[in-house]
Design a protein around this ligand. Structure first.
Ligand code: NAD
Length: 245
């Protein structure tokens, strides 16, 4: 992937930060996007220290003007985008009848609308070069999970967005795929007060009896982001340890 340009949202920590480092090691020039400047800057510094090429871009994926600015900065610096990883996301856990309008909207805005904004912003340069790889991070929760109505709805929406974009963009050799991770040990997940119980439940339902790691997810991202996956589109890769239910 030498010389390709990769834009990764939510890349200041967790899965996104690991994907940014891995793509940089594959030779990509990486735009590390996070709404928190300090964490994005730190990831960029690490990539530069390892001899890679990266810039930080800031703002919220849920704000259309921020998306224009972040993609504009990436295009100004690197000229185009070959790989977009729509990774920024979060959930709010509450029974569906207690979710507020604001909570529902914030989860849909970042996970789903943010992915749409980013795709819309990068696709013109991908069409022009007749090449692109779009990787959308969904979740196994898209199948439905207790107290995750907004999150599950947003992540299910991402699969509809993925397949629709695949249909529209295949003619330009742009592939669009999704990854549905199971439970992965990131700072966000480890910080949950109920982590131990969630981990126990996840592993009881998994076929592979260990916690998921960011590397497990990054391996899938690297496949969909690379030229090697050029005949795969509209697809969803479940990286869940074979979790059932
Ligand atoms: N960790 C898991 O178990 C798990 C499981 C399934 C799916 N996922 C999905 O994987 C993705 C990454 O998860 P993670 O656990 O690494 O999360 P994380 O919270 O560790 O990292 C997410 C990053 O995204 C950034 N971000 C959040 N909102 C943003 C916005 N509006 N604009 C720009 N940046 C924003 C945050 O600042 C943070 O640095 C998410 O989409 C999540 O839903 C994670």
């Amino acid at each position: 992937m030498n010389g390709q340009v990769a834009l990764i949202t939510g890349a200041g920590r967790g899965i996104g930060a690991a994907a940014a480092g891995a793509l940089a090691r594959q030779g990509c020039k990486v735009a590390v996007w996070d709404r928190h400047h300090d964490v994005a800057d730190l990831v960029v510094r690490t990539i530069l220290d390892e001899g890679g090429d990266a810039i930080a871009v800031y703002g919220s994926v849920a704000v259309s003007a921020d998306v224009s600015a972040a993609v504009g900065k990436t295009l100004d610096r690197y000229g185009t985008v070959h790989v977009l990883v729509n990774n920024a996301g979060f959930g709010i856990e509450a029974p569906v009848w207690k979710l507020t309008d604001e909570q529902w909207a914030s989860v849909l805005d970042v996970n789903l609308t943010g992915s749409f904004y980013c795709i819309r912003a990068v696709v013109p340069s991908m069409i022009e070069q007749r090449y692109g790889r779009i990787v959308n991070i969904s979740s196994r929760a898209h199948m439905g999970d207790g107290h995750k109505a907004a999150y599950a709805s947003a992540k299910a929406g991402i699969l509809g967005l993925t397949r629709t974009c695949a249909i529209e963009l295949g003619q330009y050799d742009i592939t669009v795929n999704a990854i549905a991770p199971g439970m992965v040990r990131t700072e966000r997940v480890l910080a949950q007060p109920q982590y131990a119980a969630l981990n126990e439940r996840a592993q009881a339902r998994q076929l592979i009896k260990r916690p998921g790691t960011v590397e497990d997810i990054v391996n899938g991202i690297l496949f969909y982001a690379s030229p090697a996956s050029g005949f795969v589109t509209g697809d969803t890769l479940y990286i869940t340890g074979g979790r059932m239910g």
